[in-house]
Design a binder for this molecule. Sequence first.
Ligand code: M6R
Length: 615
Amino acid sequence: MCGIVGYVGPRTALPLLMAGLRRLEYRGYDSAGVALQKNGHLDVMRAEGKLDNLAAVVATHPSDGKTGIGHTRWATHGRPTEQNAHPHVDCTSATAVIHNGIIENFQELKAPLVAAGHKFSSETDTEVVVHLLEDELKTGKSLEDAALAVLPRLDGAAALVFISTTHPGTIVAARISNAGGVIVGHGKAENFVASDMTALLEHTRDMSFLEPGDLAVVTQKDVRFRRIEDGATVERAPKKIELDPVGAAKSGYKHFMAKEIAEQPRAISDTLLGRVDRTSGRVVFDADVKMTDDFVKALPRITFVACGTALHASLVGKYLIERLAKVPCDVEIASEYRYRDPVVSKGQLTIAVTQSGETADTLAAMNASRERGARLLTFCNVMGSEATRISDDVIYLHTGPEISVASTKAYTAMLVDLFLFAVYLAQRRGTIAANVAAQLLAEAFHLPTLIDAVLREEGKIRALAYRYTTAPNFLHLGRGVNYPTALEGALKLKELSYIHAEGTAAGEMKHGTNALIDKTLPVVAIALKDSVYKKMLSNIQEVRARAGIVIALATDGDTEIEQHADEIIRVPAVHELLSPVLAVLPLQLLAYHIADKRGNDVDQPRNLAKAVTVE
Ligand code: M6R
């Protein structure tokens, strides 16, 4: 999940690389570095910590090289130090490599290199590649042929990019596996490489996407693609990308997360846009959903695979689909699913839910399911990402770029898209009456207004948050369709505030969690006026009987809750099946304000990264 950028052309590369790394910093931010070709040698600059540290280094050592590569790191092998920062160079500092991913067999590759006298200067798995390349270049091979000789020897690996003084004006980029995409940006008399198109949008909209097993040879004048397995030339025609780079800026908010929370009314409008045919009243998806009637009607089962916040959205999706479309659903943690021997039913659909479309565990689980015969549908935010490319069907979130590591607007967009899909399946399978569908969809189209109403209460939620900034633990309780909301509220709080938080199905408390409750424990209880309201009130009593502090999430106008709670956060009434979209909003704000008050780095919490492209 590191960020990769490269430039070759007539301009000074350094400012372009630094600007690209700024856009990629969300992918990893524990160290960063650049390497530039300059008069027959490489200028390599690296710094531990955030990109600002590298910016300070390059400010004092400006390089005017016209070919260069840059990297922002999320540590896997080796501590986050300057020594372990990429690029890594060979013994003669003539060749440099940057890498996103893991080389699983680096130990066995390293031993003979060390025995042959190669000097290693880092603890990383990556450095082994540049020493292997050094040996191949010594035999007189071109940079691309040397890379073609080395790459098949690497297990795992993901994406790698090389430059060498032996081949001025050339960048070689390779994509070894499904995880870790590589994009080539085609400019006018200049070309780029990057791990993510947001790094390139200000320079070009013409981009080629490397397939797993591809190698790209990029010079100022042209770009060629070859297959790693046999060196054969392949075509990867550029695609025109229509994305708004300005949309990724903070627009005056203190953090991207604050901006992304505030954007949700607009983001959900975009998600809903064009999804219901006004004449027929039916949910419609565009040409990216190609399931036939026979397939939909015969569906025996749906399996969700996802991670983190997307997993919580999937749990809501299961609830919605089983209730409306009557298809049994399982929700699987992708990192578990991929290493089981999962049973796939004949004719089943596997749904991947993923904001980035690059999460390694989710991609691997998708492939495991596909190999066993499942059809793949992906709910995704990032157009052209790997998950969308390997799927039979794609439903986009249409929520715009999400930069903050903590997912907010993508989560609510997932919930809305999954709701639409549940109605869509139900309509195609004939399990929903027309008037019920019409009423549900009308409520869905009212969501942007209701979301706006919840967000207007931010001042009250901030004040409440400030009363609990020193709590050592939190418990989030939910039931039914809002059990995943409890999980999501707890995840948001722990990843941002570093306060331990646990989400629990309220009915499970008596089986163990009750032991945690005492007068120091704030308990966020999602107690909306729904089919499990009375049950939640009983659970709240259990908390109060043990002196826990009850922060109730309640429906507007519910007066009964007042005698049961120490604090109350209100949300407007809405159909139970849509209530998770509103219920999560105060929990996002609670986590945001507690973390901000504690002085944490809200957009880039410690030890995390936005796109988890390693397992
Ligand atoms: O890009 P994905 O949706 O596949 O990412 C999955 C998780 O890594 C992600 O949701 C993570 O849990 C977020 N940081 C939570 O805020």
